[in-house]
Design a protein around this ligand. Sequence first.
Ligand code: SF4
Length: 197
Amino acid sequence: MEYSQIRQNFERHGFTTQFFSTKEEACCYLSDILQNQTIGFGGSETLMEMGLFEVLQQKNVVIWHNKIPGLRVRKLANCADIYITSANAITETGEIVNIDGTGNRVAMTAFGPQSCYYVIGKNKITANISEAYYRCKNIAAPLNSRRVGAKTPCAVKGDKCYDCNSPDRICRIVSVIERVPLGMKCEIIFVNEELGF
Ligand code: SF4
């Protein structure tokens, strides 16, 4: 599906959208619109690859557990009025699917901030909810398990989800955002590059 149609589908669901060819352009955009703010980041390889933390912290307070690990930092990030994250998958029809281990990202994308920004590389786009869920479980979660050093079968074998019952299981909470949550502003920032998992 063309980006114009995907954007239209998200806009029908209450999101604003932006489109950029490169992650550098997306970074500049966010740096222009966000100044003197307290910003929470969700765990995200996309944001890491963009170098967005380093750019935004020049003019804002940015709280991110990828830089200082721990539940305390996640809790602080979840008090921010602005939240930036990616997603494990989105659909061409205008929904967002995420799977979390601790639930901090799922919580903040459902309730809390005034504004939530999602940065979405082209590799995150799927046709529909069932394909999005498949991507979350069989592509994103195994790579994320490996990234965080989890001792799960998907991290060891690296090929698919084994629906494990490991203490390290990172798939514990699933969210589907079908429409922008009431009282929140949400923007999808599409980047026409592969970004994150
Ligand atoms: S349920 Fe377990 S095996 Fe499946 S993706 Fe999640 S962590 Fe990996």
